[in-house]
Design a protein around this ligand. Structure first.
Ligand SMILES: *Cc1c(COP(=O)(O)O)cnc(C)c1O
Length: 361
């Protein structure tokens, strides 16, 4: 009966398959010593300053949170060199993706994104009864030329995931600028920079430059990745104030919980902790590249905190690794059969992965 009551657009959504939670694997396999490299979390954990801020705020959770994240918005504005009116905070970047869809997509409107890319774009578009236009990657990288060609008079949004999840590749300035030049009026670029702090490529564009120059760009960022606050759910968008004003309309009254706001503020202060996160990732990346090359295993070089690793059968490899206590993501879930998506972990975790993979063959 409820499937008759439900909107067809809702029934069309295949539930998101998250990385297996540690607890579940512990229970299922009776394993204690587990390594989770499945959800692109920061293995160093949160800044101690963020943890202390959560503890301090815990006694006040009977109060509703600040609906507009006033202090955090001011801190972000100062750090980013933009006006507070350019910023909107949300319950994770996922929330802002959903808001963009709700604010701009009517039934029959179109949104362009890459395939494979971050799966949430497709869900958000589907939920609005809008049409998803998925453009295949070219050599694991967003093909912005073809994405521009896919724009029609009905296109309202184009999602550019940079670096792209699940491939880890990034597009450079020239390609992004060409896309912006080519886009007809009335198309908003949602530029998802969830992994920007990990990028090593000097040609990586800073989305804020394009907002400043007046391009129709909404930059999305998150505290879930290098800030290591995924469990608290907080992210933000940066765009022209007129756009932010529109995005605020469909928001829930209190989208960002009080603990998340305090933790995010504290985490912004702890630049040393952020630097350690970046260093751990750089070192882990080099170790994995070297180890995989020594074993003749192919991989896709990454600009993020995860990478695609070539295997014969991604489901079989996933299960074998799981039995050895190493949780990764079989990338066939993203439409990339023959690959695992592996988050870069702590040095010991990376070693565990490489050794387990060698046994799997
Ligand atoms: C993890 C991730 C996000 C962030 O999601 P949150 O909702 O902030 O946790 C956004 N975009 C991409 C591409 C991601 O991989």
């Amino acid at each position: 009966m409820y499937s008759r009551l439900a909107r067809p657009a809702v029934l069309d959504i295949r539930p998101y398959e998250p990385g297996k939670p540690l607890e579940e694997v512990r229970r299922e396999l009776g394993l204690r010593d587990l390594v989770k490299l499945a959800s692109n979390e920061n293995p160093l954990g949160p800044s101690p300053l963020a943890v202390a801020a959560v503890r301090r705020a815990a006694g006040e959770i009977h109060r509703y949170p600040d609906p507009v994240c006033h202090r955090l918005t001011l801190a972000l504005a100062e750090r980013l060199g933009v006006e507070p009116s350019w910023i909107v905070c949300g319950n994770g970047a996922d929330d802002l993706i959903r808001l963009a869809a709700e604010a701009f997509l009517d039934p029959g409107d179109e949104a362009v994104f890459a395939d494979p890319s971050f799966i949430t774009y497709r869900y958000a578009v589907q939920l609005m009864n809008a049409r998803s236009v998925a453009v295949p990657l070219e050599g694991f990288t967003l093909d912005l030329e073809r994405m521009a060609e896919a724009v029609s008079p009905r296109t309202k949004l184009i999602f550019v995931c940079n670096p792209n999840n699940p491939t880890g590749t990034a597009v450079g300035r020239a390609a992004l600028e060409r896309l912006l030049e080519r886009l007809p009026e009335g198309v908003l670029v949602v530029l998802d920079e969830a992994y920007r702090e990990y990028v090593a490529d000097p040609d990586y564009p800073d989305g804020l430059d394009y907002v400043r120059r007046g391009h129709p760009v909404l930059v999305l960022r998150t505290f879930s990745k290098i800030h290591a606050l995924a469990g608290l759910r907080i992210g933000y968008g940066v765009a022209a104030p007129e756009l932010i004003e529109v995005l605020r309309r469909p928001r829930q009254p209190f989208p960002v919980n009080a603990l998340a706001q305090e933790a995010a503020l504290a985490s912004l202060e702890d630049t040393a902790h952020l630097a350690r996160g970046r260093e751990n990732n750089d070192a882990g990346k080099e170790f994995l590249y070297r180890s995989l090359e020594e074993r003749g295993i192919a991989y896709v070089p990454t600009q993020a905190n995860f990478l695609l690793v070539r295997v014969d059968d991604s489901r079989a490899a996933f299960r074998s690794l799981l039995r050895r206590g190493v949780i990764v993501r079989p990338a066939d879930a993203f439409g990339l059969s023959g690959f695992l998506r592996v988050t870069i972990g702590l040095p010991a975790e990376n070693r565990r992965f490489v050794e387990a993979l060698a046994e799997v063959g």
